[in-house]
Design a protein around this ligand. Structure first.
Ligand SMILES: Cc1ncc(COP(=O)(O)O)c(C=O)c1O
Length: 439
């Protein structure tokens, strides 16, 4: 008799879905209750005083980032999006300046360039690691290019050193969006420390959870000042602080609360262990996935450390014999957090297709005479299109409280689907005919 699958009406592996990632424990609760007892829920004031720099937890968190990542400056923010926004603002771009970004990332990696009046120009990704392909940079750089945003995707670093060498040779600023890879390493250096600015995220899904929050690190005093001013109404203080380009400074409120900082401090102390739990599960899965024909686990570059924010698998339809979306739907029906592909590549977004971000006249695209037709056509991104349309499966399946037995079940369930490929296909085709879905 064939093994049972949830798509055929049997009990799913996780009847109420996979358990949530929740690592908030006693130490985090205690840290927040101390802030509440203290009553100072935020220490920030937008005036030229000590309080401009925030409260004691915020500053302690920044000190810990400086020490851990050996950089002179660290600034907390209310999100990684805000930190990226501040970093791009700090680069002091002119409207229509170009920022090179990978198209396969969370949208904020590119939208933050638009927010400062710059134009994201996308570079195709690497086939094996899904990060920006540094070999594409040279063909994209123009006299308007000012910065490159590199994303350390899924917990693994991009070719950071090669990108930094290239950026230095062209006097470009390199910003590492390291939201997904805290403590990953590249040739002995921490992710986030190779570029001119490195950005971290503490949102609900990230390895360090603080509800919301982010940090930007840098070794550059001027970039740090400008980020600090955008974070906290800088126009009100820049002159008093004697900032040389005070006229060129404005600010928002991108400040982190003391509660978030208190939680992030505890979680940062636990980061090595939080990562190790993911690494152990991922390595266990990588050994076993070799027994599943048509599926392969993530590759790790030489001399790099992957911290497995998610587990990125490649799917070979020619071996499996059913389309990727059917395979993923079978796993999802068992309760696994899996998805076919990652995100819609960003160039497909209407903002880029119609080339209007702000107002009605096409700003900021209107500020640059470039012919954009080549920039946002899917034809320019064959790797990204192939990976998203048919190859990649994202498994959010290597985080605690999942254990190695869950990985065994996952492999068992993948094999069950393969064993019944014909029956699975007929099931979906019958359903597709009824509901006009195409596979
Ligand atoms: C690569 C990447 N960049 C930026 C962000 C934005 O992070 P936040 O939610 O802290 O603003 C995320 C969050 O999902 C991300 O994964």
């Amino acid at each position: 008799m064939l093994p049972k699958l949830a798509i055929f009406g049997n009990k799913p592996r996780f009847p109420i879905g996979q358990p949530q990632y929740n690592t908030i424990g006693g130490a985090e609760k205690l840290a927040v209750s101390k802030v509440l007892a203290d009553g100072e829920l935020s220490g920030f004031v937008a005036s030229a005083s000590e309080n401009f720099w925030g409260g004691k937890n915020v500053r302690a968190l920044e000190d810990r980032f400086k020490a851990r990542y050996n950089c002179a400056y660290a600034l907390s923010f209310n999100s990684a999006t805000s930190a990226l926004h501040a970093a791009l603002w700090a680069v002091c771009l002119d409207p229509g300046d170009e920022v090179i970004v990978p198209p396969y990332t969370m949208s904020a990696s590119a939208t933050t360039a638009l927010m400062v009046g710059a134009v994201p120009i996308f570079a195709d990704i690497e086939d094996e690691y899904f990060c920006l392909n540094h070999e594409k940079l040279d063909a994209l750089v123009t006299e308007r290019t000012r910065a490159v945003v590199v994303v350390n995707l899924f917990g693994h670093t991009a070719e950071l050193q090669a990108i930094k060498t290239y950026c230095d040779s062209k006097s470009l600023i390199m910003i590492e969006d390291n939201s997904q890879a805290p403590d990953a390493t590249s040739r002995g250096l921490y992710a986030g420390t190779v570029g001119h600015v490195g950005v971290f995220s503490f949102n609900r899904h990230k390895t360090i959870q603080a509800g919301e929050g982010g940090v930007a690190i840098t070794k550059n005093a001027d970039l740090s000042d400008r980020m600090a001013f955008l974070r906290n109404h800088g126009e009100a203080v820049a002159e008093t602080f004697g900032f040389s380009s005070a006229a060129n400074t404005g600010g928002l409120n991108l400040r982190m609360t003391e509660m978030e900082a208190a939680v992030a401090l505890v979680q940062l102390d636990r980061l090595v262990d939080l990562n190790q739990q993911r690494i152990d599960l991922a390595e266990y899965l990588s050994e076993r996935i070799e027994n599943v024909p048509g599926l392969s686990g993530p590759k790790v570059r030489d001399d790099c450390k992957h911290v497995y924010y998610v587990y990125a698998m490649k799917f070979d339809v020619n071996v499996v014999g059913i389309p990727r979306d059917m395979f993923v739907e079978c796993l999802a029906a068992e309760g696994y957090r899996v998805r076919a592909g990652y995100v819609e590549p960003l160039y497909r977004n209407q903002v880029y297709q119609k080339r209007i971000f702000m107002g009605s006249k096409g700003f900021p695209f209107s500020e640059n005479s470039r012919d954009y037709d080549d920039c946002y056509s899917p034809d320019g991104f064959p790797v990204c299109e192939r990976v998203q349309n048919s190859e990649l499966i994202i498994g959010d399946i290597v985080y605690p409280p999942l254990i190695s037995a869950d990985i065994d079940h996952f492999i068992e369930d993948c094999c069950k689907i393969l064993d019944q490929a014909d029956k699975v296909r007929s099931h979906f085709m019958a359903h597709a005919r009824q509901s006009h879905v195409s596979y």
